[in-house]
Ligand binder design. Structure first.
Ligand code: AMP
Length: 910
């Protein structure tokens, strides 16, 4: 019996069903077949869902012999619909279908069972249901397959995919997105997408939001899943979908700049380009400031180009010149250029560069034209003998560098006979060659030379070179005594001075020395608010009872100066000088008086007057110092003309210089150094004194009010101190020169009777005091050095002490006497007429030349008129009784001078 189509009401719904219920007999074989079901390609399995009702065999009682409660599901595959051509043998069994619940009464129990059928390979299939004796109604058969729906995952599109097993599915990136590998994903048998692989990324100019392209004014530079960014600085606004923002006019990006960076402008020119000559040969350093416009870049670098230019054109400086660290890629705004030629003008062009300079048509640069500017002159290493004769040598030398075009070096050549250590001759030369005449035949001479800088500053000496003159023929008699002048002062002193300048110093570069400085520096008492505190900081208070006054020895500004004694435990009574403050003083005067002690108390040096202490608590304040038996130096020397040999005078000067060196090292400027302010003890040791702060204003009779109101001892004071009160240790050096003169002239008044005004005029016209009679040439040279107009060129006290020490070590060096010009040295006011007749009498004349002691001798010899004086010869003078060589000279020179009609010169020009 076949399945019958009947209707069935299930839960109120009418179903058409195929049913069969042949239970009475056994061995039933009833079939129901579906129509041809097309298989969708790619589907190898289908699900078959059956809903059915099976009746309970028990409800049929004994009549249900063959009753079954299951049926079978079959399938038959075919490539074409075979129509009704149905054969059981073509089917294979898929499953036995058993109900979960059988129906017993009127209420139908509908079962649903799903079976998967596969693998399928043909174009379609038929399902077959075999009943073998059940009472079954087939309500529905649903045949279906599952898919994973088409999807977009990770910016990749995946197609709808049949989900009949776990399957890897390939996809493709969405529009404007790319990936390196094919995007993949799995579709599970349940129709779920799992495990997407490979990410797609948006193209440049696109992002994974909205309509995906970057908005105008935004950009995205590369394939990525980043969002679009706002265009950076100095760019033009972008259109939509921009992968970059283009630079505004005048702004650029370096090739290495990322498109995300702002655009930048090329740098402007470097500023303030300057050059500085460095020590050593041929080196200078260029400096500049970074450009005002750096373009906001950090890759700023500089390059330097060197050229040699004339009015018409420029040529490169060539390979010879070296740049340190290099001519290009300079990170710091400086470069050292070396191997330069000192006589050339170089033009340096400095350009600031950055990564965008190459895009700019304009290349702003800074340019400087400069030459080596040496403060130190070149070295001379070799002296060559070019030619010679018995009495001449022709020498030449080459400096280590040529002078700059605008500067002409001078050279100082010093030579002496070999073996003669004391006498030198010095020549100042404009050229680097010389012919020296007047030499002794067959004699060896030693030469050394050094260049002088533009300011006369010396370079270092060449080594000593020895050259011989040719011998003369036997007939030649060479009786000429060659006198070589001692002129070492300038050489030694200048060298030292240069060193001093190189060493430098905080306040007065001229005088600061590192080595010889005392540890202390002088403290101006005025820096203390209360001078009474200052004085007790530096000075001992003496008990008046230990002091005993003996005798007045002088008068100072504030009162008498006494000789006295001071009782010192252990030392007994020591002689002292006691300066007193006269009664009736004001507090200001008292402080001024004591300020000298406050200053003196800070010094301790054998050539500075030693302060024993002060008495301030007593009614009359007193300053107690060491006693100097021979009193003030100027008075001591007056009248001792010719008595003290030059060697001893130089020794005294050395002492004064040592004291002054000490003061200058203490940064103390004396301002009133003069022989009258130097004291002499019984050993002829000289000590500098007179330190009162107001001394120049009040105390010193030599003090003269200048146009600027200050009181200045004009004759002792350096021009710059007179002109603009520039008092320094260098002006003290000038004064020391005058003291030297005073000493060598035995207390003569500097510039004699010339008025202060005449003195200033003469000094400004470059006149200087002439050498005193019998003055060693070296000492006079030293004076002239002290009186150099340019204060920085004057020697330092250190130099002076060393130089005097040298002279004292070789007393022969004092034997060469400076030229003495009697016309100036003995000039008196009335001599300005210029002839010998202006002296009314011989005694007047003798007085004028400070030789009054010979008045009687002249009278005794019957020399009573000036005419007789003018006729005197050397023997006559000696016969009159003048024996001392100094006096002899003075009188003889004076007579010479009287004879000379041109005796109106006032002082030597230097
Ligand atoms: P003054 O006030 O320092 O100028 O001294 C006046 C004078 O006193 C000086 O010119 C010297 O003659 C004399 N005198 C000052 N101090 C001393 C001293 N320490 N020893 C000897 N005489 C001195």
């Amino acid at each position: 019996m076949p399945f019958l189509l009947s209707s069935l009401l299930v839960n109120g719904t009418l179903f058409y069903t195929y049913s069969v219920c042949s239970i009475e007999t056994t061995e039933q074989d009833n079939w129901l077949r579906t129509t041809f079901i097309q298989r969708r390609p790619g589907t190898s399995r289908v699900s078959v869902e059956l809903s059915f009702v099976v009746r309970d065999c028990n409800t049929f009682g004994g009549a249900s012999v063959g009753c079954k409660e299951t049926f079978n599901l079959f399938i038959s595959e075919a490539d074409a619909d075979v129509g009704t051509n149905f054969r059981k043998g073509q089917f294979r069994k898929v499953a036995t279908i058993a109900p979960d619940e059988v129906t017993q009464g009127r209420v139908l129990k509908v079962n649903t069972e799903t079976k998967t059928v596969g693998p399928l390979s043909k174009k379609g299939f038929y399902l077959g249901f075999q009943d073998v004796g059940a009472c079954v109604a087939l309500l529905s058969v649903r045949v279906y397959y599952k898919t994973c729906p088409s999807t977009v995952q990770s910016l990749a599109v995946f197609p709808e995919t049949v989900a009949d097993a776990l399957r890897e599915v390939e996809g493709a990136c969405v529009e404007n997105a790319v990936s390196q590998a094919t995007p993949r994903i799995y579709c599970t048998a349940e129709g779920k997408w799992v495990v997407p692989m490979v990410q797609c990324q948006c193209l440049a100019g696109y992002e994974a939001t909205g309509d995906s392209s970057c908005k105008p004014g935004y950009f995205k530079p590369s394939v990525s899943n980043n969002f679009c960014q706002v265009c950076p600085d100095n760019t033009k606004p972008s259109a939509s979908g921009a992968s970059e923002c283009l630079c505004e006019e005048g702004f650029f990006r370096a090739p290495s700049d990322p498109p995300t960076s702002a655009c930048s402008a090329p740098p402007s020119a470097p500023r303030d380009l300057t050059s500085m000559t460095l020590p050593g040969e041929g080196k200078l350093q260029l400096f500049w400031s970074p450009p005002l416009v750096t373009g906001g870049r950090s890759d700023l670098m500089y390059s330097v180009v060197c050229k040699l230019c004339d009015e018409a054109s420029c040529i490169p400086c060539g390979e010879k010149i070296r740049f340190e660290p290099g001519p290009t890629d300079l990170q710091d705004p400086t470069v050292v250029v070396s191997d330069l030629d000192s006589h050339l003008n170089y033009t340096f062009t400095v350009e600031a560069q950055s990564g965008v300079s190459q895009f700019s048509a304009e290349r702003p640069t800074a340019t400087i034209t400069t030459a080596l500017d040496y403060t130190d002159p070149p070295k001379v290493t070799e002296i060559h003998l070019d030619d010679r004769s018995p009495t001449s040598l022709f020498l030449s030398w080459t400096p280590t560098r040529r002078p700059p075009a605008h500067i002409n070096h001078r050279y100082e050549l010093m030579y002496r006979r070999k073996g003669d250590v004391t006498t030198y001759k010095v020549l100042i030369l404009d050229k680097s060659f010389v012919q020296i005449d007047g030499l002794i035949p067959a004699t060896t001479y030693t030469f050394r030379v050094h260049a002088l800088g533009p300011e006369g500053n010396p370079g270092s000496y060449s080594a000593d070179h020895e050259f011989n003159t040719f011998p003369l023929g036997t007939s030649t008699v060479f009786g000429v005594a060659v006198i070589l002048l001692v002129v070492v002062a300038g050489l030694l002193l200048r060298k030292r001075r240069l060193n001093a300048r190189r060493r430098g110093g905080p306040e007065d570069p001229y005088f600061s020395t590192d080595q010889h400085k005392p540890l202390k520096t002088y403290i101006d008492p005025h820096t203390y608010e209360d001078p009474n505190i200052a004085i007790h900081k530096f000075v001992t208070e003496i008990d008046p009872s230990v002091i005993g006054k003996q005798k007045v020895i002088g008068v100072g500004e504030f009162g008498e100066v006494f000789r006295g004694v001071m009782k010192i435990p252990g030392r007994g009574e020591v002689p002292v000088a006691i300066k007193t403050l006269k009664p009736g003083y004001s507090e200001k005067q008292r402080q001024d008086f004591l300020s000298e002690a406050t200053i003196m108390g800070q010094f301790s040096h054998p050539n500075i007057i030693h302060l024993e202490g002060v008495i301030t608590k007593f009614k009359h304040a007193m300053i107690v110092t060491e006693y100097m038996e021979n009193g003030a130096l100027d008075t001591y020397l007056k009248g001792r003309d010719g008595e003290i040999p030059p060697y001893q005078l130089v020794g005294m000067l050395r002492g004064i210089a040592a004291g002054m060196k000490y003061l200058s090292d203490m940064n103390y400027v004396h301002r009133d150094l003069a022989a009258r302010n130097v004291l002499v003890n019984s050993n002829l040791e000289c000590k500098v004194s007179d330190f009162g702060l107001s001394r120049v204003l009040e105390d010193d009779a030599e003090g003269t009010y200048t146009t600027r109101g200050g009181k200045i001892p004009i004759r002792w004071t350096a021009p710059e101190a007179i002109a603009y009160r520039k008092f320094t240790s260098a002006s003290d050096v000038w004064s020391f020169g005058i003291v030297m003169w005073e000493v060598m002239a035995f207390g003569e008044r500097p510039y004699w009777d010339m008025s202060n005004h005449e003195v200033m005029k003469a000094i400004n016209e470059n006149f200087r005091l002439p050498a005193p009679m019998d003055c060693p040439s070296a000492i006079y040279q030293l004076m002239l050095q002290c009186w150099l107009h340019e204060r920085l060129k004057r020697p330092r006290f250190l130099d002076i002490v060393n130089f005097l020490d040298k002279l004292l070590k070789s007393p022969e060096s004092l034997k060469t006497i400076a030229d003495f010009d009697p016309r100036v040295s003995i000039r008196l006011p009335s001599t300005s007429g210029g002839d010998g007749t202006m002296f009314r009498s011989v005694p007047e004349w003798l007085e004028s030349i400070k030789m009054s002691q010979y008045k009687e001798s002249f009278a005794r010899a019957g020399i009573t008129t000036m005419e007789q004086v003018l006729a005197l010869r050397h023997e006559d003078i000696r016969n009159i009784g003048v024996r001392l060589p100094g006096h002899m000279k003075r009188i003889a020179y004076s007579i010479l001078g009287l004879k000379d009609e041109t005796s109106s010169l006032s002082v030597f020009a230097v």
